[in-house]
Design a protein around this ligand. Structure first.
Ligand code: DQA
Length: 146
């Protein structure tokens, strides 16, 4: 089985992007941690980071059908990424939303995610470790592990 690890704009430069807010782990570190988390169930991780919404939508169309679930950090697309929202609405497997930072401790414009109502659940504010937790939760909600 393959799970998708979807990251939106500005998440490809993790490690050097405002490290006081987002931490020093790189996306490669996160990919490794997520892969470690799900490997015991025999799952593989397909990591797709795109800086533009359209490319993220295309990636979901292309790879969604062959996957069993997803972990999604939409980045700023959480605020107004309506076509990402519609792509996720037609994604037929469970997915978990992740934000590295505690978005409610930050600016008002980050306090609402338009994709959150479609997620199985969210992990917010726990940094890179949150991706690990989300992957774990995905195993649970898909029934791959208890
Ligand atoms: C983020 C929070 C968003 O508000 C921001 O635009 C990001 C990163 C996070 O992981 O904390 O790009 O999704």
């Amino acid at each position: 089985s393959t799970m998708l690890l979807l990251n939106g704009p500005n998440l490809g430069i993790l490690g050097r992007r405002e490290p006081a807010i987002y931490g020093t782990d790189t996306l490669a570190d996160i990919e490794q941690a997520v892969a470690d988390e799900v490997s015991e169930q025999g799952w593989k991780v397909l990591s797709l980071q795109r800086d533009s919404e359209g490319e993220l939508v295309s990636a979901i169309h292309e790879h969604g059908p062959d996957s069993v679930g997803a972990v999604v950090n939409p980045g700023a697309l959480m605020i107004a990424g309506w076509s990402l929202r519609d792509a996720l609405a037609s994604y037929e497997h469970p997915w978990i939303e992740v934000h590295l930072s505690n978005v409610w401790a930050r600016e008002q414009f980050r306090h609402e995610s338009i994709i959150a109502p479609l997620a199985s659940g969210l992990v917010v504010g726990l940094g890179a470790y949150g991706y690990r937790l989300a992957a774990r939760a995905l195993l649970h909600v898909t029934g791959a592990s208890r």
